[in-house]
Design a protein around this ligand. Sequence first.
Ligand code: DLL
Length: 434
Amino acid sequence: MPIYNKPFETMPRKELGALQLKRLQATIERIYASVPFYRTSFTKAGITPQDIKSLADLQRLPFTTKLDLRDNYPYDMFAVPMEDVVRIHASSGTTGKPTVVGYTQNDINTWAELMARSFSAAGATRFDILHNAFGYGLFTGGVGAHYGAEKLGMAVIPVSGGNTKRQITIMQDFKPTILCGTPSYILHLSEVAEEMGVDFKDLHFKAGIFGAEPWTENMRTEIESKLHLKAIDIYGLSEVMGPGVSIECHEEQKGLHVFEDHFMVEIIDPETLEVLPPGETGELVFTSLTKEAFPVIRYRTKDITSLNPAPCSCGRTHIRMNKPSGRSDDMLIIRGVNVFPSQIESVLMETREISPHYQLVVDRKNNLDTLTVKVEIDEKSFSDDIKSLQAMETRISNNIKEHHGVSARVMLVEPKTIERSQGKAVRVIDNRKF
Ligand code: DLL
């Protein structure tokens, strides 16, 4: 399968390092002159642009956090005047103000190129038709995928999220071959298809590119078997660009190649802020190397994963990040035990009789935290036999305890009673915050 931009995606590591240094120095120089926030934070750290002499000097630069972006809402982090900005997106913060990001025409071109590379890594070509079910709007998913697919030469169907029955009809009639969306919405699509008596086997998809929320390997297996396509993980975040910061290759589907000619990636210990060696798990941190309107320096994503520098059979030389397991701010601490929703998901997905729709509810009763795992029973296994349902609940609860050390009450609920999302699924309801 051809690599979209072979010279850059397969660049020898030494050459890549030299390119990164040149781009890093230019970025630092530019933002020191144009963004008061960065000039102040560099000055506080005693650093001037001339101090960045090697890639190791990146570690001397201060981190940037979501709070810094909020403090500079909406436009104070922009490094170019508004007349050079051609697009604005925003990420919907669950609390407080959203984060506003801007793009110049060059930024849009780079983003389209990186998304074209991503589609190509997933096995797509200009002969493919894309059914793009990522939401269009302030969210970066829809429009980001759209421009990249067009750049690769695919025919794009911009369906966005929602209107699910109509989407199935479009799939039957327009014959798309590549599918995009959040994994949770994709599962909902497959459920609606089933209700309509449509089998994905009779549709025409060869690959799907899914992301914007964490999903486990078990979820991948479920999606691949239900939808009869190869499911590829794509990662990104508005602050760094949007989708297309990293992507799995279809050859290995094992770790997401970070487009290192445009982003530097580090893993840090979120407590000590020390940079961790490859293989160790911690928080992902990105520095943009080419962005003009909204450059970010050592941006702390809160996403938890590790890096894998091993060579890849696809030929790309860019480092891989392992599938993110979740966000540090999604981590639940239940009576002292740390647990991520994705860990619970792994256990649930191993239980045959339940469907992949679940929600975690956290409460505090008598000063003790309690976790309830609500999960839908599969339609085929649904019965009125209370005893057998209770036995299943106990079995799942024991499995969760055994694998992750956390006590959870499992509550089987009727099929299709947990709310479906068109974008990112709401996995956790934490009643302790209110
Ligand atoms: O979710 C951009 C995107 C769109 C990525 C479409 C992939 C596909 P935000 O709305 O700013 O941007 O949310 C970014 O979503 O920090 C992660 O916590 C999470 N996330 C994104 N992709 C993945 C993934 C888009 N593949 C936040 N696996 C990030 C796990 C993901 N989490």
